[in-house]
Write a protein that binds this ligand. Structure first.
Ligand code: CP
Ligand code: NVA
Length: 313
């Protein structure tokens, strides 16, 4: 059976642990695994801009022995309306996997339904599961003395900001899968999709984690092990910028919010960051921030994910 990674809960808790453990090992022995030797190719398609995702998949596929075939949708027939299913049929005879950043989740689902190779979600409007895999790896890396991946269950993560965006949804699903206590603090008009909260709650009930959606940043940040945020203006929302700044201002991650967290709390931001908006420069560039490790961990997490998916498909 072909395995895809379209949302965070496409990996079971034990599968997610396997991928994270492999990623931790690949951090230290970067060139040990070459599942794409040949080279076999992987298509990496972008319908939206990217720096980290583009670089980490392109470098990672090369490091796995493969050839990264990076396609900007605007310069392909997919961008001119060729059906997703036809694109899948053309690609899957030539590539070992398809990685796609696009808008609607239904688009990666359609690609996965038609393709006979693994499809990986490189960000949709609804989910950003590769990012949260890298975020969990970053927490495990910084808690290696406490057990690494084994230290994740029971930890508390608070996400402050846009609760309706892809990062909030992926923290809920991916965090619950890891057994985290996930708190999302967001304005009432920006709560996560009820179906995502329900799915995260069902996962958390099995993993020992929990889910809290609140409108109170202080309640969310108090005592947490991990404090996370994301831009208030996601790709495609640029026209709503100033209205969003006013409503999200009480959810900014600043020194006062960080002071509420555990003394050794880690600060995550998927980047790109907007200093002075969702996070202050003092916190982003401060001693608790692990955002550069987090960005590097996209490489290790995705190499492990591709290796794992290819071995099972
Ligand atoms: N965090 C992240 O996905 O960054 P890019 O948009 O630069 O890929
Ligand atoms: N929520 C952001 C994440 C960027 C990596 C966006 O979708 O633009």
């Amino acid at each position: 059976m072909v395995r895809h990674f379209l949302r965070d809960d496409d990996l079971t808790p034990s599968e997610q642990r396997e991928v994270l453990a492999l990623a931790l090992a690949m951090r230290t022995d970067r060139f040990a695994r070459r599942p794409l030797d040949g080279p076999r190719s992987v298509a990496v398609i972008f319908d939206k801009p990217s720096t980290r995702t583009r670089v980490s998949f392109q470098v990672g596929i090369a490091e796995l022995g493969g050839f990264p075939l990076v396609i900007d949708a605007g310069s392909s027939q997919l961008g001119r309306g060729e059906p997703i299913e036809d694109t899948a049929r053309v690609l899957d005879r030539q590539v070992a996997a398809i990685v796609w950043r696009t808008a609607g989740q239904e688009r990666v689902e359609a690609m996965a339904a038609a393709a006979r190779v693994p499809v990986v979600n490189a960000l949709t409007d609804q989910f950003h599961p590769c990012q949260v895999l890298a975020d969990l790896l970053t927490v495990a890396q910084h808690r290696e003395a406490a057990g690494g991946v084994d230290a994740l269950p029971g930890m508390t993560l608070a996400y402050l900001g846009d609760g309706a965006n892809n990062m909030a949804a992926s923290y809920l699903l991916g965090g619950a899968t890891a057994g985290l206590h996930v708190r999302v603090a967001t304005p009432a008009a920006y709560v996560p999709a009820p179906s995502v909260v329900a799915d995260a709650e069902a996962i958390a009930a099995r993993t020992g984690g929990s889910v809290l959606v609140t409108h109170d940043a202080v309640e969310a940040a108090s005592g947490v092990d991990v404090l996370a945020t994301d831009t208030w203006v996601s790709m495609g929302q640029e026209g709503e910028g100033s209205a969003r700044e006013a409503v999200f201002a009480p959810f900014r991650v600043d020194a006062a919010v960080l002071a509420l967290a555990a003394p050794d709390a880690l600060v995550l931001h998927c980047l790109p960051a907007y200093r002075g908006k969702e996070i202050t420069a003092e916190v982003l560039d401060g001693p608790r921030s692990v955002v550069w490790d987090e960005a590097e961990n996209r490489l290790h997490a995705q190499k492990a994910l591709l290796t794992w998916l290819l071995e099972r498909s």
